[in-house]
Design a protein around this ligand. Structure first.
Ligand code: PAF
Length: 278
């Protein structure tokens, strides 16, 4: 008989084939396909790659786009099949939430800033569904795009702080030729708005160049904001933070994070920065 004394030893003791999971709300694009390919690298030829397709009602606020969120089931299945996915998990909301919703995961203070300030309750819904999907699908690894950076940081924290036996893997954002980050919600953009959205990668590149030239976080934010406000309909926020969303360091690795409205759709983006000493 073995005595196991630490949480990490106990978790490593759980017998598990490599099972890598990509959680999605469907409307799959090349960003999701990249996550599936990376999941296969992690799971290996003998492991399993699972994809969940579930438009999660608890992460949408009243008046948000839950009802009109793009649902492209047949095309989604074709993407999964083309990328060698072993199984697609597509529960109904009645099934996944059949036991009720009075117990939810509290994202803490980080869940109330940036996207959490614009969309109160959003991250409570995200963390709750991610926890439920992790428990249901039992993966050894779960992959998430860096495009929703605050979501990724919060999921990582939840897994760490609640001792989930899963490796949370962040995967760099996949972009269109003009640099616009791929997102299922880009489907909401008209042709004109899609062209205007190109201001976002131009602004983040300017932010990156300013950082490399020794600009302070405040100066970077001001230059990005100036470029965005010239073309976007509304700028919700532009911030420079540390890589874990804490305060920006004086120098070294940081993150530029923004949300702006082009027409009615809100677009999120973020890039890593290296703050040079002035
Ligand atoms: O990023 C998403 O698509 C969703 O927020 C997620 C992680 C699948 C939870 O519903």
């Amino acid at each position: 008989m073995r005595v196991i004394e630490t949480v990490s030893d106990m978790q490593a003791d759980i017998p598990q084939n490599e099972r890598a999971v990509v959680m999605t709300m469907g409307a799959l694009h090349d960003g999701h396909a990249t996550l599936m390919d990376r999941a296969r690298e992690i799971a290996g030829a003998d492991g399993q790659v699972l994809v969940s397709v579930f438009v999660n009602p608890t992460q949408f606020g009243a008046g948000e786009d839950y009802d009109r969120y793009p649902r492209t089931w047949e095309a989604d299945l074709a993407v999964c099949a083309a990328h060698g996915v072993d199984a697609v998990f597509a529960p109904t909301a009645d099934d996944l939430y059949s036991a009720g919703t009075d117990i939810m995961v509290d994202p803490g203070p980080l869940g109330t800033v940036l996207e959490g300030a614009v969309r109160p309750g959003h991250f409570r819904g995200v963390l709750t569904v991610v926890a439920k999907l992790l428990h249901t699908m039992q993966p050894s690894a779960a992959l998430f795009g860096e495009k929703d950076y605050q979501q990724l940081v919060l999921i990582r924290r939840m897994a760490e702080q609640l001792n989930f036996p899963v490796a949370v893997v962040g995967v760099p954002t996949v972009r269109d030729g003009d640099g616009v980050a791929l997102s299922s919600r880009n489907a909401y953009l008209s042709d004109d708005e899609r062209r205007t959205a190109g201001v976002i990668p131009r602004a983040t590149e300017a932010g990156r160049a300013a950082a490399a030239a020794g600009a302070t976080p405040d100066e970077i934010v001001a230059s990005v904001q100036e470029i965005l406000t010239a073309e976007a309909d509304e700028v919700d926020y532009v911030v420079v933070t540390g890589p874990d969303l804490g305060p920006a360091p004086d120098r070294g690795a940081a993150r530029l994070i923004l949300a702006a409205r082009v027409g009615s759709p809100r677009l999120l983006d973020n890039v890593p920065l290296t703050l040079a000493a002035p």
